[in-house]
Write a protein that binds this ligand. Structure first.
Ligand code: AMP
Ligand code: GLY
Length: 418
């Protein structure tokens, strides 16, 4: 089978690493990929959002399967386009990907189907949003409706901050079209947890849990980023806890999407807040998280191709899925300045010093002759797997110590309990 992965970050490198182990795959391609992925797959310089380019390449190269990993092409309907061209694509169609690409849609779905989530209102009118913010309880959470690289959320602790956030999004177009509609919602307290799940639209099979670290600095200080590191499992959850989440959140979400005529096939991401009142949904994503994938996929023992085929053929209920009992820690090494402005093009040193049992997933990198250079905000995700989380953390940081590039920045506290 000839498989094309769409995307070019750390998540896609982890996917390429996993698919490379599938005996059913004869050729692996990635668009656009990066320097790390290029060691495993043939990288083609087509942007993930160039739908025409990808469909054309897939047809011309007789690609059998396409895994669409990032949010933008899913929201734009790449899966639909590939299916129309007769190519099996892994990921939700556009109608189902709306659960990520419109927070207003996701919130309304949860309200309608009684899935626990923070109370909220949706606004298209700036004056009405500002008036609501004047009397809402604080902190108030202000969210841009559309995709904003994980950065379209402001936790406003004062009225002035709430006003500023609403004006930035609705009047000053800080997130472009994505912020024309805003969701204002109440603030939830508790530890956060990510649960990724495989689903064929009817059956939902949660993966091991994970935990992202969204803020740029240690101790959850600094700006929100795409994610600075992840661990898996993300929390110790007993059988009753899993059952509760399945009954209240996972299964109702899949059933709701099907009932709305938007059956979801692929990987569904549940961003949860474990409050004293039980688990609440903070957000859905229509795909693997980044960097959660870099911590979760190394714990998956089953062939990922088999699982994706079972999803496509709607027989996920019968598909064995086996997880390692070990823990994983993935530390993101970023360009100094990220998530604001940063410089790239610096040589990355020490990659060959990393112990063989650690995984260095490339995110923003490119190769120039014999040199691997930084080429993005998040540069690498360094993952270690070990029988305990503490050892996984230590191994990941030992590997990080081997690597250096100018202006590098990483958090020292990935996986530490806060
Ligand atoms: P989102 O992009 O919706 O995941 O939001 C980004 C981050 O903002 C989340 O990971 C949470 O840390 C925080 N957040 C979002 N919504 C809420 C909420 N209702 N209460 C508390 N924190 C929130
Ligand atoms: N790590 C969060 C995300 O992928 O959206």
């Amino acid at each position: 089978m000839r498989l094309l992965i769409v995307g070019g970050g750390g998540r896609e490198h982890a996917l390429a690493w996993k698919f490379k182990q599938s005996s059913g795959i004869s050729e692996l391609y990635c668009a656009p990929g990066n320097a790390g992925i290029a060691e495993l797959a043939t990288c083609v310089p087509i942007k993930a959002t160039d739908l025409d380019g990808i469909v054309h390449f897939a047809c011309a190269q007789k690609i059998d399967r396409v895994f669409v990993a990032p949010d933008d092409p899913l929201a734009m309907g790449l899966v639909d386009r590939l299916e129309e061209a007769g190519i099996r694509a892994y990921g939700p169609r556009k109608a189902a990907a709306l659960i990520e690409s419109s927070k207003a849609f996701a919130k309304d779905l949860m309200r309608k189907y009684k899935i626990p989530t923070a109370s909220y209102q949706v606004f298209q009118d700036t004056e009405a949003a500002l008036a609501y913010a004047e009397q809402a309880s604080l902190p108030l959470v202000v969210k841009a409706d559309g995709l904003a690289l994980g950065k379209g959320v402001v936790i406003a602790r004062t009225r002035a901050e709430a006003r500023q956030a609403i004006e930035d999004m609705m009047l000053n177009s800080r997130f472009g079209q994505a912020g024309r509609t805003v969701v204002l919602e109440s603030f939830l307290r508790g530890p956060e947890l990510t649960v990724l799940a495989f689903t064929d639209g009817r059956t939902i099979r949660p993966m091991v849990s994970s935990r992202d670290h969204k803020r740029s600095l240690d101790g959850d200080q600094g700006l929100n980023t795409g994610g600075m590191g992840a661990i898996a499992p993300g929390a110790e959850i007993d059988a009753a806890g899993w059952q509760l989440m399945t009954d209240k959140i996972f299964q109702p979400t899949i059933d709701a999407l099907r009932a709305e005529g938007r059956p979801f096939k692929g990987v569904l991401y549940f961003g949860l807040m474990l409050t004293e009142q039980g688990p609440y949904v903070i957000e859905y994503n229509a795909r693997f998280g980044d960097p959660e994938a870099q911590a979760v996929l190394p714990l998956l023992q089953t062939d990922l191709l088999d699982i994706m085929e079972a999803i496509a053929e709607e027989r996920l209920a019968e598909q064995p899925i086996i997880w390692s009992e070990h823990s994983a820690c993935s530390v993101v090494m970023a360009s100094g300045g990220y998530p604001l402005a940063y410089q790239t093009g610096y040589p990355i040193n020490g990659l060959e010093q990393v112990p063989a049992d650690c995984l260095v997933f490339h995110a923003g990198t490119k190769r120039e002759r014999d040199c691997v250079l930084t080429a993005g905000g998040r540069v690498l995700a360094v993952t270690a797997v070990a029988p305990s989380l503490d050892v996984a953390i230590r191994k990941a940081y030992d590997a990080v110590q081997c690597i250096s590039f100018q202006n590098m920045h990483y958090r020292q506290d990935i996986g530490k309990r806060t």
